[in-house]
Design a protein around this ligand. Structure first.
Ligand code: SAH
Length: 246
């Protein structure tokens, strides 16, 4: 059952209040009625089972029947640095990687990306991806919503101080350590970044800068995967190794 995200200030003294787009969704798509119950999760990793006591065009009010604290994180947070893909494929990566437990996304503008974002559209696009992550997190019963950063140049991403404790770059057709056996941290505070190239692959210069700044090239084997498949395969391997999948 989906768990809808609200903010912690929407729950006060045993009562939850829902307005805005979520209200619209529960009224029109879910056809929620007074007396129905639903799960909502807040930004403090608390989950509430509420029963609707009041519902109109302006707000939904629910009585909190049960409250649960989220489990303590036990594995490293994985960030996907994803070179921009054609719109629907980027949406797909964000949706599926959210289901697989990615902690955050950084869309990367690489030399070989097919579509460079128009400056005026960057903010709208970022909001759209954030919305996709929110919806997928609700569907997957995640305890938190992954964040989607504003797109940044791949070279800047690689060269500014290493974004995580373990910084990996997926490189095809070249020797590299296998993602299945590379040493990984296994503490909840640690962070892993995995960068996937665009459909045209990384430019030589981008790879050079990444390696120079401490990114480790990793391979997924001999098969040449499409970028979105590579990102999801890599995340699945990582999540399985840290005990989040499987
Ligand atoms: N057009 C390129 C392939 C790009 S694949 C070519 O024909 O050579 C897109 C991205 O997916 C790559 O930049 C890489 O990051 C990742 N990728 C695909 N297959 C991979 C593999 N076997 N190992 C590691 N990364 C891979």
């Amino acid at each position: 059952m989906p768990v809808y995200f609200i903010t912690s200030d929407q729950v006060q003294r045993g009562t939850a209040t829902i307005t805005g787009p979520l209200l619209h969704h529960v009224r029109t798509s879910l056809r929620t009625r007074i007396g129905d119950s639903l799960w909502v999760g807040d930004d403090r990793r608390r989950r509430h089972l509420i029963q609707v006591t009041q519902l109109d065009r302006h707000q939904l009010v629910g009585r909190v029947l049960e409250q649960h604290e989220g489990p303590i994180r036990r594995s490293p947070a994985v960030t996907i640095g994803q070179a921009l893909l054609k719109s629907d494929r980027m949406d797909w990566v964000i949706q599926k990687a959210t289901e697989l437990g990615a902690a955050s996304f950084v869309p990367l503008i690489g030399r070989h990306v097919v579509i460079r974002p128009k400056a005026a559209r960057v903010a709208t696009q970022q909001q759209r991806w954030q919305r996709i992550a929110l919806e997928a997190a609700q569907q997957a019963e995640r305890w938190e919503i992954p964040t989607v950063a504003t797109p940044c140049e791949a070279t800047a991403f690689f060269s500014q101080q290493p974004p995580a404790d373990v910084n990996l770059i997926l490189r095809e057709r070249a020797p590299g350590q296998s993602l299945a056996s590379i040493p990984l941290p296994n503490t909840p505070e640690s962070t892993i970044v995995i960068a996937t190239g665009p459909e045209g692959g990384w430019a030589r210069e981008e790879l050079g800068i990444a390696l120079e700044h401490g990114f480790t090239p990793v391979t997924l084997g001999k098969l040449i995967l499409r970028a979105e498949t590579a990102a999801l395969a890599a995340l699945s391997i990582l999540q399985s190794r840290v005990g989040e999948l499987g």
